[in-house]
Design a protein around this ligand. Structure first.
Ligand code: SAM
Length: 215
């Protein structure tokens, strides 16, 4: 009886309101999400950790968790963020050196480390870490085999890439989001190209904004 009642409510909502319409809630494009899964599979036999840097509320983290759980993989999955939005010095750099304005660089201040940890409590392989990535010691999570780097701005992207490189295993992969010019988050674009050029790394860009480096 209760089930029938709920079903008719659902029918009403779907037919007469927009609330039943499916939404795409990911920040990353489908091709990026698929690249992440293909990368995890490609390097599944290499020893090392998986890491997402810049997790926001955890949509991509949750997507990755589902795959790691379904495949019963045993790697640690490190999820690193300030969990309080951007660092002031990183924003100041964008304003002073990259012609951005403060208003366009607002976001993610809703986040809360304790709530985030609670939301992922059922995934025991997830290790949330609250840190400014510019000051993070990658040795503590090395060897690293896969990184999804999504911190939007120039300084944290470039410093993270430079600090990460010596801890990447042979065969490891770094995936960088927002490798796209002429938008609010193109600091990541500038940092990505400076990094690959100064290190003479080969790279590919997939979809509209996803840089990939193979080590
Ligand atoms: C675009 S969001 C990440 C979205 C997430 N990867 C996803 O796909 O849902 C950018 C995140 O980077 C984090 N972030 C920015 N600067 C950072 C820094 N210096 N250190 C650590 N995290 C940072 C922000 O707090 C924010 O949560």
């Amino acid at each position: 009886m209760k089930k029938l009642f709920i079903e008719s409510i659902k029918k009403f909502i779907f037919n007469f309101t927009p609330f039943g319409a499916p939404a795409y809630s990911y920040n990353l494009e489908p091709i990026q999400l698929s690249e992440i899964i293909v990368s995890i599979e490609k390097i599944k036999n290499i020893k090392g950790s998986i890491c997402e840097i810049g997790v926001a509320r955890g949509m991509t983290s949750r997507f990755i968790c589902e795959h790691l759980k379904n495949q019963n993989y045993k790697e640690k999955f490190y999820c690193i963020d300030t969990f309080v939005s951007f660092e002031k010095e990183d924003i100041d750099f964008e304003i002073q050196n990259r012609k951005k304005n403060k208003k366009e660089l607002v976001g993610f201040s809703y986040n809360n480390f304790d709530r985030w940890k609670k939301n992922f409590i059922n995934f025991d392989f997830v290790q949330p870490i609250k840190a400014d990535i510019k000051k993070f010691d990658f040795n503590s999570i090395s060897p690293v085999k896969l990184v999804i780097l999504d911190v939007d701005l120039y300084k944290p992207t470039l410093i993270a890439l430079n600090n990460l490189k010596k801890y990447m295993v042979a065969g490891g992969i770094i995936i960088v989001d927002d490798v796209k010019n002429n938008n609010s988050w193109d600091g990541a674009h500038q940092a990505f190209y400076e990094f690959v050029k100064s290190n003479s790394y080969t790279y590919k860009v997939i979809g509209n904004k996803c840089g990939v480096i193979h080590f």
